[in-house]
Design a protein around this ligand. Sequence first.
Ligand code: NDP
Ligand code: GDR
Length: 342
Amino acid sequence: MTKRALITGITGQDGSYLAELLLAKGYEVHGLIRRASTFNTARIDHLYVDPHDPEAKLFLHYGDLSDGARMVTMLSEINPDEVYNLAAQSHVRVSFDEPEHTADTTGTGTIRLLEAVRLSGIHTRFYQASTSELYGATPPPQNEETPFYPRSPYAAAKLYSYWITKNYREAYDMFAVNGILFNHESPRRGETFVTRKITRAVARIKAGTQKDLYLGNLDSIRDWGYAAEYVEGMWKMLQVDEPEDFVLATGVGYTIRDFLETSFGHVGLDWQEFVKFDERYLRPTEVDALIGDPAKAADKLGWVPTIHGDELARLMVDADITALAEGHQWIDTVKLPSWGTV
Ligand code: NDP
Ligand code: GDR
């Protein structure tokens, strides 16, 4: 029997890699997309086949996490074996500007989807995209037992989603799990997150089309992994016998300065000549240090990441140089894990 999966947030970084992974595994993949006045499917266009084609395995459905009734009609129609809830307003800095919208999408959106699973009466496994931002002010190393202390409207909304997912598991015996993922990046990372902002700037500065790079706090520490490896961990969480929450991380921390050093150094430039400070990029409350302990995922899922911060910086710089030269928004110059290449 062909397995069916629904991915919310399929047009985002993780959604696109997860769709590739599931298609490579033979799944029929359904994705929730938002209606927009311009196309917003660039990350998955290479996977799309006309739905009239009998070979088609990827199907897209209009909807929005703010629309609970739509979640019910969509789930009833698709009847998926697995639901991956990746959709969110996912930018921490932006969540301070749009706290209510962030709560509605990143927090309440999850209960709408869980209720839709319950009301439509389908039997499905549910993955919730939880985050290391939940730990916030609690110092590293952080694992599944570490207390949460959110430091932004985004993290507070994700905290609600974390607990409501756990509550539905306990209250309704649902197979519903949280993947507590530390930062993961790729050539497809949104351009306003710090890693991609840096690697894109390196490519442009090297090409002579950008002069300066404006950034905020350079002292925070993050545990950066490679998104294509992390989506495999998501899938593994839904394949085990008992529903449990897992941390996915590399276990290694880098500062923003380290990432700058590696990225600019990779093309023979000194970052200090180009990086300028702009307070606009500071957050009212910052998360100083996130370094995860992925031991449980290694032990119970056999999930072990192979690409860490330095290598990631270099591969993202290479990808941005190629993308700039070829006139693309992004390009994957690296081989993806064993499940395929793009
Ligand atoms: P992106 O920001 O790249 O993608 C977010 C996705 O959510 C997009 O497809 C976006 O659609 C969709 N979306 C936003 N709002 C709505 C809405 N109201 N209704 C339906 N869809 C919506 O995020 P990532 O791929 O990086 O992350 C995936 C998930 O994992 C997010 O929930 C994020 O918070 C979480 N996470 C990410 C980590 C990371 O390091 N990347 C770490 C830990 C957790 P559109 O394209 O139309 O904007
Ligand atoms: P984060 O990622 O907040 O960890 O959330 P981001 O790349 O936005 O920031 C990382 C750190 O870099 C500092 N920083 C800047 N950040 C941005 N975006 N732009 C800048 O110019 C800049 N200058 C310095 C930030 O202050 C911060 O300390 C990401 C998202 O993907 C979330 O959805 C996810 O849950 C977490 O990772 C884990």
